[in-house]
Design a protein around this ligand. Structure first.
Ligand code: SF4
Length: 219
């Protein structure tokens, strides 16, 4: 039942919206930096911060590792919470150089569960950031969930409203094929429907999922 429903949801979303071409980023490292900067802000602000880093030719692991934290904070100011995010980037880089010599190929060789655990041990890296890095930068099969995912899943009776990040992630991982491309596209489609229709005040009329059973709180 859940399995079929998740497939139906995917098909309806894909039919309506088509491929979403996530994640924007020219390099793996840019995607990692974007995943850390995107916490609590919108993507346009992240793009401005990334463009500042590119403008100073700093968007490589080695250069960002060397740059002074205060200077880094100034450059990423458009992303908001810039002092905290500069520290988070530095925490990631310290781990990356200490543990993997700053080599992305080294990360690619680590099994997904082990790498996820390591990423989660870095101060400031939460599950959504860790999973985004794993899925979008390193092509590892881990499902990314967020507030949009939760809203759609709860309203479509797939999970309880009090489910946590891991419960939600497990819902998808145990009911759809373990496939990096599918995980990537599915998450992007959920974000799309969440932004356009499944907003806090749901716009079910016209939503591609309107034909499926759902309940909107207060609706
Ligand atoms: S807007 Fe309505 S139909 Fe669309 S996903 Fe949300 S609850 Fe479902």
């Amino acid at each position: 039942m859940t399995r079929n429903r998740l497939t139906e949801i995917y098909n309806l979303l894909f039919e309506r919206f088509g491929p979403q071409h996530w994640w924007p980023g020219e390099t793996q490292f840019e995607i990692i930096v974007g995943a850390i900067l995107t916490q609590n802000t919108n993507w346009t602000n992240v793009e401005k911060a990334i463009s500042n880093l590119k403008g100073k030719d700093l968007l490589t692991p080695g250069k960002l590792y060397e740059v002074d934290t205060a200077k880094l904070a100034e450059l990423i100011r458009p992303a908001g919470y810039f002092n905290i995010k500069a520290k988070r980037l530095k925490n990631f880089l310290v781990w990356f150089f200490k543990r993997y010599d700053g080599q992305l190929e080294e990360l690619e060789n680590v099994p997904v569960a082990k790498l996820r655990e390591e990423l989660l041990s870095i101060k400031g890296v939460g599950p959504e950031t860790a999973d985004s890095i794993l899925l979008y930068a390193l092509n590892k099969p881990t499902f990314v969930v967020d507030a949009y995912t939760a809203r759609v899943a709860v309203r479509h009776h797939l999970i309880d409203a009090d489910a946590d990040y891991n419960g939600l992630k497990e819902l998808f991982q145990s009911n759809i094929a373990t496939d990096v491309k599918l995980f990537n596209e599915y998450h992007a489609l959920l974000v799309r429907v969440g932004k356009e229709f499944c907003r806090p005040a749901a716009r079910c009329g016209g939503c591609p999922l309107n034909e499926l059973p759902h309940t909107v709180e207060g609706g």
